[in-house]
Design a binder for this molecule. Structure first.
Ligand code: NAD
Length: 494
């Protein structure tokens, strides 16, 4: 990756966005728009269209019409597979363009964005391309004289609502399996990061995805998102975002057509360091990045560090050193380790949560201050808090910012109690040299993923999703396909 190439793309002038409905790019009703403000320097990059309920209705109708036409839903699997591979090729061909566009929109450090956004989006399309012609039905073990066939069918129209952190990666986690299963999709990106998904939609058209199969309605959650959630002709909703919005979606489903709702929500993920961890320096370094990368705006961020008392002070000291040494700055500068906080609103929220922790008795070891490596931008120094107790808000509520809460524990039983002591259950980490302890912890901790002697990084082959108030669905892996398929039984008397 070369700095000159990044700098060339950062100069690119951006046109105002439109909605993609039925294969046509069009303005929102009344030509309403929302400004796109870059967190890098607070400047307005362009505008996106702000969809109304009637725009969303048009998108759902286009998706339904495309589904009924069958140009995608009934296309031979081998042909669908080719199109999904071509989409992956186009993402790869535009990898740097997409990465820089996304960073301008949401402030993720470029080295990470390059891999995690277009890099993983391309891998996701390739993975599900390969699944298309391997989706088998079943023959049930029925009594003689009968035949029970189980068909797997697309559900129809999928509504996908995604957040602003890693929009391309998370968008691909939903769009690619939904398309692989033969569905049509109406995508509602976050109003805080829509640009890469709009570009992806054009790449999908260029790759030969039939008109109307993928529709994109940008706009606010309260208007465009709500209209999609309440639409009577959307068959399922697949959502990644916050718990409060997840609750609203369940309510919208209950009050409309009972569409299936899959929720990938937040977390307050525990990262446990035992005294027998093989390499405390490595544990501290990886754990620091496990919370601070992308300014803590990662759903699986290890935001609670639980450390066995015998090594508590040493690990805390090491984490403090790593945190204080991280270079926070312009996310499009290759030397930057931590980029921008995505918006002024998010920065204010981080600061308020930090302030509350201090008022409740936590002590700040390092960081936490608002800084300005680029004038006008939103940046915060990685914060490490000690003397945190389980009752404090900082130990229970998601910040979604660069704030680490450190707590000691004495033994395994206390570690498990603390780890499971929130309403969430998204991710966890365990650092230990004992294979037996590692397996015990994997079973005891309530989470969708438990990392052992590492934090973060699983690829597309394994599922990601939470338990408890972290949600009820899984993205990634073959399991994600189940969300986008209906089972239909044929019962035949022979
Ligand atoms: P958010 O819930 O505020 O917004 C997510 C999406 O929902 C946006 O597109 C928004 O416009 C839309 N929305 C808002 N109100 C709506 C409504 N009433 N009806 C329909 N749609 C509505 O979340 P965010 O701030 O964009 O993202 C951060 C959250 O996402 C954090 O809680 C984070 O942990 C979570 N997250 C989870 C995962 C995961 O895989 N579990 C991954 C990334 C982020």
């Amino acid at each position: 990756m070369k700095q000159e190439e990044i700098d060339a793309w950062r100069q690119q002038a951006l046109a105002d966005g439109r909605l993609l409905i039925g294969g046509q790019w069009r303005a929102a009703e009344g030509a309403r728009r929302l400004p796109v403000v870059s967190p890098i320097d607070g400047k307005t990059l362009c505008q996106i269209a702000s969809a109304s309920a009637s725009d969303v209705d048009a998108a759902v109708r286009a998706a339904r019409a495309a589904y009924e036409r069958g140009s995608w839903s009934r296309l031979a699997p081998a042909e669908r597979k080719k199109v999904l591979h071509r989409i992956a090729e186009r993402i790869e061909a535009h990898q740097m363009e997409l990465a820089v566009l996304g960073v301008r929109d949401n402030g993720t450090e470029i080295a990470m964005a390059f891999k995690a956004e277009p890099g993983s989006a391309a891998a996701t399309f390739r993975y599900y391309a390969e699944c298309v012609d391997k989706l088998m039905g079943e023959i049930a073990p029925t009594p003689e004289g009968t035949l029970g066939l189980v068909h797997k069918e697309p559900v129809g129209v999928v509504g996908a609502i995604v957040p602003w952190n890693f929009p391309l990666m998370i968008g691909a986690w939903k769009i690619a399996p939904a398309l692989a299963a033969g569905n049509s999709v109406v995508l509602k990106p976050s109003e805080d990061a829509s640009l890469t998904l709009l570009r992806l939609a054009q790449l999908c058209l260029d790759a030969g995805l039939p008109e109307g199969v993928l529709n994109v309605v940008t706009g606010t959650g309260a208007e465009a998102g709500e209209a999609l959630a309440r639409h009577m002709d959307v068959d399922i909703l697949t959502f990644t975002g916050s718990g409060p919005v997840g609750r609203q979606l369940l309510k919208a489903s209950a009050e409309s057509n009972l569409k299936r709702v899959y929720l990938e929500l937040g977390g307050k993920s525990p990262n446990l360091v035992f005294a027998d961890a093989p390499d405390l320096a490595q544990a501290a370094k990886v754990s620091a990045m496990g919370i601070f990368r992308n300014s803590g705006q990662v759903c699986v961020a290890g935001s609670r560090l639980l450390v066995q008392r015998a090594v508590h002070d040493e690990v805390l000291e090491r984490i403090q050193q790593v945190a204080a040494s991280l270079r926070v700055g312009d996310p499009l500068d290759l030397r930057t380790e931590i980029g921008a906080v995505s918006s002024a609103r998010q920065l204010a929220r981080n600061q308020a949560m930090l302030q509350r922790a201090l008022e409740e008795g936590a002590r700040l070891r390092t960081g936490g201050q608002v800084i300005a490596p680029v004038p006008g931008g939103h940046y915060m120094a990685p914060a490490v808090l000690e003397s945190v107790t389980p009752a404090m808000a900082i130990a229970r509520q998601e910040v979604f910012g660069p704030v680490l809460a450190v707590m000691p524990f004495d033994d395994e039983a206390e570690a498990v109690r603390l780890a499971n002591g929130t309403d969430y259950g998204l991710a966890a980490g365990v650092w230990t040299g004992s294979l037996s302890r590692a397996h015990r912890m994997v079973r005891a901790i309530q989470a969708g993923v438990v990392h052992v002697n590492t934090y973060g990084g699983p690829d597309i082959t394994v599922p990601l999703g939470g338990v408890r108030q972290s949600g009820n669905g899984h993205d990634k892996s073959m399991h994600a396909l189940d969300k986008y398929l209906n089972l239909k039984t044929a019962w035949i008397q022979l």
